[in-house]
Ligand binder design. Sequence first.
Ligand SMILES: C[S@@+](CC[C@H](N)C(=O)[O-])C[C@H]1O[C@@H](n2cnc3c(N)ncnc32)[C@H](O)[C@@H]1O
Length: 267
Amino acid sequence: MSNASLAHEVESIIWFHSIDLGGGVVTPGIKSPEALDAELGRMGLPEDLSGRTVLDIGAWDGYFSFEAERRGAKRVVALDHYAWSLDHDAQRRYWAECQARGEAPLPYEQVPGLFDPTKQPGRRGFDLARARLRSSVEPIFGDLEDIDAGALGTFDIVFFMGVLYHLENPLRALRRLRQLTAGVVIVETVCAVFPGMEDRQMFEFFGTDELNGDPSNWWAPNAAGLDSMCRAAGFRDVVHVAEPSPDDPPHPGYRFHYGRAVFHALA
Ligand SMILES: C[S@@+](CC[C@H](N)C(=O)[O-])C[C@H]1O[C@@H](n2cnc3c(N)ncnc32)[C@H](O)[C@@H]1O
């Protein structure tokens, strides 16, 4: 494919990740190259992953999977289903219509025409990047909440980046992740600060689109809640790599602060 036709194809896709495809083409992700660079820096991921196996839960366009491969991982599996099933153009139109009507959007999988697990319209970006990068990352279409964990095997490192708050049953999912890893799960998530309650183990629930206008955001744990849920799921230790400060001010328009945390949950 010429660089011109690659650029044309890239433009026809809604990208979550900015991925350098070579030939001067970088995909225009919702997450900028700078934001992804900063996230990588915060992950605490070893520079050399030679000989390691990596599972990327919620891989979307695959930025973190491709990075693990670039760092020498011997096997990388990219698992997703939600973003791959979603027609992102149709979802954007639906969301804008809801805003115009002053209504909260329904969970997208409940809206006719937005979801197609058979054709997987939201996977075009991942497939294009994988082909262009001549990557051997293995895509698996699956929902962490009901995939057969035994059939997947175990991995040295599991990326669980930006996924926890989308799950209906986070404790059950973390138990599954415990089964899936022999090493570490890198948990990156929204993390709330409830002032004066730092010692309480809390998860705030969002029944509709209250958190960032996204009806697929269900939960925001505080740091103690996340730590305690990882331990309850069977992890022997939890390292707090990054978390919001108790002094962080509430978000404009919100009662609490919603920052990001990175925890390493050790098997
Ligand atoms: C906010 S995006 C994060 C994407 C990427 N991990 C990152 O950090 O840039 C959330 C991702 O989690 C995926 N996801 C949500 N629920 C999931 C589930 N039950 N099983 C697997 N993936 C899921 C979505 O499809 C989406 O790709």
